[in-house]
Design a protein around this ligand. Structure first.
Ligand code: ZN
Length: 552
């Protein structure tokens, strides 16, 4: 699972244009992504590990090409054609094609921006051209169980054989040439590294590329403990619009952030104290918190394939294989420098438009990122397994469709509450109090830009309107917003108390009422969002360090 750190991918529908965009219009579309140089400091890294990184960047470039082929059968021919067009329109089309990894705009309901291409096929290139979803589904159902599992699994495509019959072709065969090359590079990297867990992962992943059994390498990925933190392989299934079954190739080549890692360790040691002091009944508190799912904070050197198109991934949870998750759990990887780029290029411009002048200088990346970390940790606190009228159940089961927006809002406000407690206890520097709430306010507008149709946006609307109602945030006559330092802490605590109580009772009706009453966008907020239309939506990274490590 992937977090883009944007509420949703669908922007308000752009003005309808029957025609295809010309060079100038394509430039405007491209300008939705603010260019940013992604650099990572490698000065602390031994030369062996730098050479490892170079090999991994090379392997990731192969992954990039594989993904392009997976996304649409026509992509490679179109790329060749666009690359041969040196005019301004051709260059603009090529740039936007590469941004979207295909001729359909990922920010605008897959609208085609190059003439002559079909509507985006939901089947991507995972199923045979000309087959229907119903035909493939009926065929899968007709298979004996073991074969059906393979045909419906992550790591095969469905093709027609010479006789026209459907057949599952494993990735190791379908992408044989490229995967052999990528496996060779991973093995060379494995031979170079001084880190044993990294060597194991790379060797096992190379084996998986050739033999299509990814489990041992997923386990090795969970056990990684090295400065170099690579994620490379077929993972997410969002591109498969038919069954959400086929994994797309992606790569994130990253370096562990040691300062953030030790901060995480420090925070983890405080979680029991935070749980013990949450604004809820003492009887509800969990006296013994369980072990946490591991979190890695890294800096991204290179991203490729499904990991680099449209809106950039800010964090991800892997693996997706349920067997591995059951046996070894899953790991959350947070891409700190990508978040920092988004902060600089998107959040700061938003802050300049919607915050009161006095508050603008109080927006800080450290507060932004530390709150995101705390949000993740705090998901583990508060009510989960509950008792409703003698029944043992879970908050998720009881709240069903309103669980997600409420849980996201809980993680945000309980995250603010938790950081305030760490500030008050001297675990976090007092200086963060000045930046924390103001930064959160700016980031609320960033989430709300994408509407309140899904959980994060809806949860954020609830929070902003609650803070406005309780006077923790003030809408000013000039249309900007300010944090009321004297009231914001109490407003945050009161919302945390409200949500935790609803969760503890498993009270779906109360959750619905709260969201219907509060998760709305009232006129001052709507007007502020209108003013953000031309602020970039996201960033377009240039991988400066990767290009130095592995010149093209
Ligand atoms: Zn969350």
């Amino acid at each position: 699972m992937r977090t883009l750190s944007l509420a949703a991918l669908l922007l308000p529908a752009a003005a309808a244009a029957a025609d295809f965009p010309d060079a100038a219009a394509l430039k405007r579309l491209e300008a939705q992504y603010a260019p940013v140089d992604l650099r990572v400091d490698l000065s602390g890294l031994p030369s062996s590990e730098r050479r490892v990184l170079g090999k991994l960047v090379e392997a990731s470039r192969i992954v990039d090409a594989l993904f392009l082929r997976q996304a649409w059968a026509g992509n490679e021919a179109l790329l060749l054609q666009l690359s041969g067009d040196p005019g301004p329109l051709g260059r603009a089309r090529l740039a936007y094609f590469l941004r979207n990894k295909g001729p359909w705009d990922r920010l605008d309901h897959a609208r085609p921006f190059i003439p002559g291409v079909p509507p985006r096929p939901a089947a991507a290139n995972f199923y045979p051209a000309g087959a229907s979803r119903a035909e493939v589904e009926a065929w899968m159902k007709s298979l004996p169980e073991a074969e059906r599992e393979r045909a419906g699994g992550f790591f095969s495509v469905i093709r027609r054989d010479a006789a026209g019959k459907l057949a599952a072709v494993p990735y190791g065969l379908e992408y044989q040439g490229e995967l052999a090359e990528a496996a060779r590079l991973l093995r060379e990297a494995a031979a170079l590294t001084a880190a044993p867990t990294l060597r194991t992962f790379l060797e096992k992943r190379a084996e998986a590329f050739l033999g299509d059994d990814y489990r041992a390498s997923d386990v090795a990925w969970m056990e990684l403990d090295a400065a170099v933190e690579p994620t490379i392989g077929p993972y997410e299934t969002y591109e498969d619009g038919w069954f959400g079954a086929k994994a797309a190739f992606e790569a994130f080549i990253c370096l562990r952030d040691d300062a953030e890692t030790s901060k995480l360790r420090r925070f983890s040691g405080e979680l029991q104290d935070i749980e013990d002091h949450l604004p809820e009944d003492d009887a509800l508190k969990n006296p013994r918190l369980g072990a946490l799912a591991p979190i890695r904070v890294v800096n991204e050197i290179f991203a490729a394939g499904d990991g680099n198109h449209g809106v950039q991934t800010a964090a991800y949870n892997l693996p997706n294989d349920e067997w591995v998750v059951r046996e070894k759990g899953s790991k959350r990887v947070m891409l700190k420098n990508v978040q920092e780029a988004k902060f600089r290029k998107v959040l700061l411009p938003i802050a300049r438009r919607v915050l009161a002048p006095a508050d603008r200088g109080r927006v800080a990346f450290d507060a932004f990122f530390t709150h995101i970390l705390m949000h993740e940790l705090v998901h583990g606190l508060g009510p989960h397994g509950i008792n409703v009228q003698g029944r043992t159940t879970t908050v998720r089961q009881e709240l069903t469709d309103v669980y997600a927006p409420l849980e996201e809002a809980k993680a945000d406000v309980a995250g603010l509450f938790a950081l305030q407690r760490l500030i008050d206890r001297g675990v976090v520097d007092r200086a963060m109090e000045r930046t924390l709430y103001v930064t959160f306010l700016a980031s609320a507008f960033r989430s709300l830009r994408f509407g309140i149709a899904e959980a994060h946006g809806l949860g954020m609307a609830l929070q902003l309107e609650w803070l406005l109602d309780r006077g923790g945030v003030v809408a000013r006559p000039d249309g900007t917003f300010a944090v009321a330092d004297g009231k914001v802490k109490e407003a945050v605590t009161s919302l945390a108390r409200e949500i935790l109580a609803i969760q503890a009772r498993g009270d779906r009706q109360a959750a619905k009422d709260l969201l219907e009453r509060m998760a709305v966008l009232r006129p001052p907020v709507k007007a502020a969002l209108e003013r953000l239309r031309d602020v970039p939506v996201d960033v377009a990274p240039r991988f400066v360090t990767a290009d130095e490590l592995a010149p093209r």
